[in-house]
Design a protein around this ligand. Structure first.
Ligand SMILES: [Zn+2]
Length: 179
């Protein structure tokens, strides 16, 4: 895996036409590597939108914005009454708006309808979403290390996930090399 070239503004080329400030990715990685990985997957568009469920301070939110992502926080309530603050980010403002309009102030929900809606927004293959609703975490044919790097559980015999894996690996390598 080649190290992405640096241009004079210290931008990092992820794809032709997609250059991001290296220091932002590096700083985000230092705060939380998983968050930086999710940000990259969202920036390239393989995930139309992403959700971060742990609490997030103002610094990582600023970094996500500097990377070119729209960020919004949505307040939810767990079934036990606990207040939950979710952070959503996307390169597409419409997805953020759709999610916020639907879920601001609402209870957390794991119904099949919601899992489908979230699968659509988060870029999960529809076959995997349906299989997950039917029977979550059915053993699949994906290498466990590769499965670990995904944000959805691949369905058995999935024909979409194997096509996504090289990109996931490429972005992971970019992140590992970013120091
Ligand atoms: Zn699938």
């Amino acid at each position: 895996m080649e190290i992405p070239p640096l241009n004079p503004e210290n931008k990092m080329c992820i794809y032709h036409g997609l250059n991001i400030p290296r220091y932002c990715l590096k700083a985000l990685k230092e705060i939380d590597q998983q968050l930086a990985y999710l940000a990259l997957l969202t920036l390239v568009g393989i995930k139309p939108m992403s959700r971060w469920e742990k609490s997030l301070g103002s610094e990582p939110i600023k970094l996500l914005q500097q990377l070119g992502l729209y960020v919004v926080q949505v307040h939810r309530t767990a079934l036990n009454g606990t207040e939950v603050k979710e952070t959503l980010f996307s390169t597409t403002k419409a997805y953020i708006e759709i999610y916020k309009n639907r879920w601001e102030g609402q209870l957390l929900d794991k119904s099949p309808q919601t899992v489908r809606f979230e699968g659509f927004l988060f870029g999960y293959p529809p076959c995997c979403v349906e299989a997950y609703i039917e029977n979550p975490y059915t053993p699949n044919d994906i290498d466990p290390v590769q499965q670990e790097a995904l944000f959805h559980w691949a369905c058995k015999g999935c024909t979409i996930t194997p096509l996504l894996l090289p990109l996931y690996q490429k972005l992971n390598s970019i992140l590992v090399d970013c120091d």
